[in-house]
Design a binder for this molecule. Structure first.
Ligand SMILES: NC(=O)c1ccc[n+]([C@@H]2O[C@H](COP(=O)([O-])OP(=O)(O)OC[C@H]3O[C@@H](n4cnc5c(N)ncnc54)[C@H](OP(=O)(O)O)[C@@H]3O)[C@@H](O)[C@H]2O)c1
Length: 317
């Protein structure tokens, strides 16, 4: 296959954990070209992607840039769309997702893969507040109305949250590990940096098999208590679970969150939703991602692969 005859996939948020994984898997397969969208073409992550062979396209990732978005998607065969983390009270996620999808359609993209989540508002009959889930479901609903082939990947809770956002405290010789879920509640988790790419590569490699599908991407189904035990086993460090599955627990551990009460509501709403209604709808195929990706990392493999010992890690996105 000559370089120009390979399908071109545009990756939005290409320096994000998900986007980097997608761009890397597509490029390493040798079967796709990648156009990587970033706000900052000079960042080290963008330069890494360029070194791997990606075309770098500088574009903002916020609503109101339709002309740039259409330019970004010109002549592409497919698009991986993700929306960056948005904290309330911002309501940018839904218009951004819609505008990215509109632009991809206007530019003539053949297949959109969007990183979606479940509709918490609907599933909880309005009792749980988690707009960063619901808005992704609404973007997916919107994409379903567009004249374009589409597939949705739905990532589980990220393992990396513990490294990046909810970092443990060290108390003497013990690593205190805060979790926003109850100690014994088994939930789906995933490593976005290594799992997103294989899932999206599989979809773009066999697009007809996945038209209209919503595909969970999961590395492990495990409780926080089990995660702490595995962490101790792998690292040899003493570790204990700490509950942030309540407003008081969350603010005691992360007082800085008190500056944004709506964000606290959202974290609690998301956790209660997962516990009371299940992270995924019952009809989702929770085995799929592990069946197509033999390298999928469960929590133990993730710890061994990263050598993480409880410190704060920045992923440079
Ligand atoms: N954490 C979880 O457990 C979890 C689970 C499922 C889904 N999600 C969803 O995953 C998404 C985040 O994915 P990720 O963690 O892979 O992203 P990430 O690593 O945080 O990276 C976000 C990227 O988006 C770009 N960006 C553009 N505008 C931004 C803005 N205003 N703020 C921050 N970044 C911005 C940045 O790239 P440039 O600077 O290069 O433009 C950045 O690299 C969110 O929508 C979240 O809801 C999270």
């Amino acid at each position: 296959m000559s370089a120009d005859s390979k399908p071109l996939i545009v990756v939005s948020g290409a320096t994000s954990k998900q986007g980097r994984s997608v761009a890397t898997s597509l490029l390493e397969s040798g079967r796709f070209r990648v156009r990587a969208l970033t706000r900052n073409a000079g960042s080290s992550q963008a330069r890494n992607l360029a070194r791997m062979g990606a075309e770098i396209f500088a574009a903002p990732l916020e609503p109101g840039h339709q002309r740039e978005f259409v330019q970004a998607f010109r002549s592409a065969d497919g698009a991986f769309l993700m929306t960056p983390p948005v904290a309330p009270p911002s309501v940018d996620e839904l218009p951004l997702g819609r505008q990215l999808a509109d632009a991809a359609v206007e530019a003539g993209v053949g297949h959109i893969v969007f990183s979606a989540l479940e509709n918490v508002q609907e599933r909880s009959s309005g009792t749980k507040y988690a707009p960063h889930f619901t808005d992704k479901a609404l973007i997916a609903d919107y994409i379903r109305t567009l004249p374009v082939a589409h597939t949705f990947v739905m990532l589980a809770f990220f393992y990396t949250n513990a490294l990046e956002y909810y970092t443990p405290r060290i108390d003497g010789d013990t690593v205190l590990m805060p979790f926003y879920l109850p100690e014994d509640f088994r939930a789906p988790f995933v490593d976005p940096l290594t799992a997103t790419g294989p899932a999206v590569l599989e979809v773009f490699s066999n697009p007809h098999a996945y038209l209209g599908a919503s595909l969970p991407v999961i590395g492990d189904v495990i409780s926080p208590g089990e995660m702490v035990d595995v962490f101790s086993h792998v690292t040899g460090l003493k570790a204990e679970y700490r509950s942030t599955y309540s407003r008081e627990g969350l603010l005691a551990y992360f007082p800085e969150l008190g500056e944004n009460p709506l964000l606290v509501d959202e974290i609690i709403g998301m956790a209660e939703y997962a516990v009371e209604f299940g992270y995924y709808r019952d009809d989702r195929d929770t085995q799929w991602s592990r069946s197509i990706d033999s390298g999928a990392l469960n929590w133990e493999k993730f710890l061994r692969a990263t050598d993480w010992r409880g410190d704060h890690v920045s992923f440079g996105g």
